[in-house]
Design a protein around this ligand. Structure first.
Ligand code: MN
Ligand code: MN
Length: 271
């Protein structure tokens, strides 16, 4: 059993293109996420599980889902062109990171195709720093760049638990809706009009559930809570990414299976 393989150049209208973006040069603390995409696919294809989503969609050899392998590119901003080529074939990009900096060039391509989008960001961190360690493309900064460039009509963050005064100012300046972990019981609107993009940083999960990330931030979502929120999203999802899996930090591959589960349930929303 397996996912269908495809080249990124030979997609068809309506395909969901799983593509690896093996970039971790904008990570601020540890490298590792560049090794993630193929390991997440290995986990999806592991004989230890089946291919059904929880709403009983069979992903095994599903004709719309294509694993395109790792994309090749020379430098960070060239990621935009990879997503362009997927969108130009009227396929839907589902990127496997890589660190979260990839969200900025991805959203540049998405906004060219769809206009400014709604974004849901699952993350322990706001990633709204103006710069970090002198790098404005750091994985701590992509949503500042996205909002400055007007690529999003709305940004809704879920699972935040590392707020700083600077990032509070940035969130207020950009009109970001922030659902912090400390307020998890408050009502959360995940219904959107117009095109919607979902970006899932695995460190939104508590490190007890997903130790294979660079930044262990206690007090996060359970895997079940994250799946619950994904399953509750209503809107026209036009792209997804799952980022920040760091296999160097993983324990017995548990986080690769968690990443695979998140990918599967996001795919269920797209089919
Ligand atoms: Mn992030
Ligand atoms: Mn994060």
């Amino acid at each position: 059993m397996s996912l269908i393989r495809s080249s990124i150049q030979t997609l068809q209208t309506g395909d969901i293109a799983l593509v690896g973006i093996p970039l971790d040069e904008n990570s601020s603390f540890l490298r590792g996420p560049a090794k993630a995409p193929e390991l997440i696919i290995d986990a999806i294809e592991s004989d230890s599980a089946n291919y059904f989503t929880e709403d009983l969609k069979d992903l095994n050899a599903h004709p719309k889902i294509k694993w395109c392998g790792n994309a090749s590119f020379n430098q960070y901003l060239d990621i935009e062109g990879i997503i362009d080529s997927i969108l130009n074939q009227n396929a839907l990009p589902f990127s496997l990171g890589g660190d979260h900096s990839i969200a900025y060039p991805i959203m540049k391509a998405m906004a060219k195709k769809h206009g400014p989008l709604n974004i849901i960001q699952f993350d322990a961190h706001g990633d709204l720093y103006d710069e970090l360690d002198g790098n404005r493309y750091s994985h701590a900064c992509p949503f500042a760049r996205i909002m400055e460039d007007g690529l999003a009509t709305s940004l809704t963050q879920v699972g935040i638990r590392t707020m700083t005064l600077h990032q509070k100012e940035q969130a207020d300046k950009f009109g970001v809706t922030v659902h912090q972990m400390k307020d998890l019981d408050a009502p959360m609107n995940l219904n959107f009009e117009g095109p919607l993009y979902v970006t899932f940083d695995l460190d939104v999960l508590d490190p007890a559930f997903a130790p294979g990330v660079s930044h262990h931030e206690p007090g996060g979502l359970t895997t079940r809570e994250a799946l619950h929120f994904i399953q509750r999203i209503e809107g026209q999802i036009v792209g997804c990414d799952v980022v920040e899996y760091n296999p160097d930090r993983d324990v017995n591959g548990v986080t690769s299976m968690v990443a695979a589960k998140i990918v599967k349930e996001l795919l269920a929303k797209l089919l």
